[in-house]
Design a protein around this ligand. Structure first.
Ligand SMILES: [Zn+2]
Length: 156
């Protein structure tokens, strides 16, 4: 079974994880969390699936990294940290103010943007290639024309 995404799906689809529909997303609680004083991870979400099972995911838009536990997702978060300048935050998402549906929408639009970018890049490469081809054709035509003119010159 392939997990490749269809490139041209337009309507926001029901978001699925492991083939199961996502019915809820919330920030995962850290091991320090207590009912009296809940503490949540800022970059790890708890994802509730239609069959009642729970998985944990990276909260970065469009990432889609999934783990069985919040702790399993944690090492992956390094992937989003810039290697240099530890003080500088690059596009860290402020997800705390978003609703679940906004969160899912964000993930979806990031995915769409990425596909758009890939398409645009491909298109640009294609155009650049055809431009080169046209230049070559034009040069060839020019050469032919001048050789024909040379041949015809004595006649005219
Ligand atoms: Zn991630």
């Amino acid at each position: 079974m392939t997990t490749a995404l269809a490139p041209h799906r337009t309507p926001p689809p029901p978001v699925k994880v492991n083939g199961l529909e996502v019915i809820g997303v919330e920030f995962a609680e850290t091991p320090l969390s207590t009912p009296a004083k809940p503490v949540h991870f800022k970059q790890i979400v708890k994802i509730l699936l239609e069959d009642g099972s729970v998985v944990y995911g990276c909260a970065w838009a469009g990432c889609g990294f999934i783990g069985d536990t919040a702790i399993a997702v944690r090492p992956h978060l390094k992937a989003h940290k810039p290697d240099t300048e530890p003080g500088k935050k690059l596009d860290a998402p402020d997800l705390s103010t978003l609703t679940v549906s906004e969160l899912l929408e964000l993930a979806w639009s990031a995915q769409t943007l990425r596909l758009d970018l890939e398409r645009t890049t491909r298109e640009r490469e294609r155009l650049a290639k055809s431009l080169t081809e046209w230049k070559q054709r034009a040069q060839t035509a020019q050469r032919r024309l001048s050789s024909i003119q040379k041949v015809l010159a004595p006649v005219t």
